[in-house]
Design a protein around this ligand. Sequence first.
Ligand SMILES: [Fe+2]
Length: 238
Amino acid sequence: MTDLRLPSYRRDDASHPELGFAGYRSTALRTPRRPLRPLPQWLTEVTGPLFGADRIGPLDHDLTRQHDGEPLGERIVVSGRVLDANQRPIPHSLVEVWQANAGGRYHHDTDQHPSPLDPNFTGVGRCLTGADGSYRFVTVKPGAYPWRNHDNAWRPAHIHFSLFGRAFTQRLVTQMYFPGDPLFGQDPILLSVRDERARERLISRFDLDTCEPDWALSYKFDVVLRGADATPLTVDHE
Ligand SMILES: [Fe+2]
């Protein structure tokens, strides 16, 4: 291949957070000190590889059925659609989630805060979007958890999302929040998204119509990968 170059995309600084955000302490250590130099995307980067449906296990989308017993907590369904800048659905695309358990504890060695692990909950799921761009997870509502960013710092309940567009080089990593969380006002990760309307796009919508009677509450979260209604990405690891 000689000089074939495909268009790359500019970062939307109006809604996406700054890479270094003063209120979010650990960004100081991982923010590039020199301007970024975007690498050109070649045909191979934007056409493949893709994640095939045969790599998804039958229970990967259901975080409540990955162990012998059921996890403790409030059972919820999280669903929505993945769309492009023109509101067109993105089909057959990998959506991955990870989250804390109902007590706010991650199943990870670095999380040692005094809340119990749940032997029936790992907190990791994935699925491919359907032909209409839809995805669906069954899980339990994650708890808030403390972190050491500032005095008495607590993360609002959230689910981490990783989404791919039409190739592995088109990836969005973000967090989904729950409506009405009293911890929003002190969370620098959410507040690093400066535009209030963009922050609202990170908050899921409780949807009574799709709650499943006697079984689960329902939250809706659509993700728009690019354009004026894009879902803000995050620079977090917490
Ligand atoms: Fe988290």
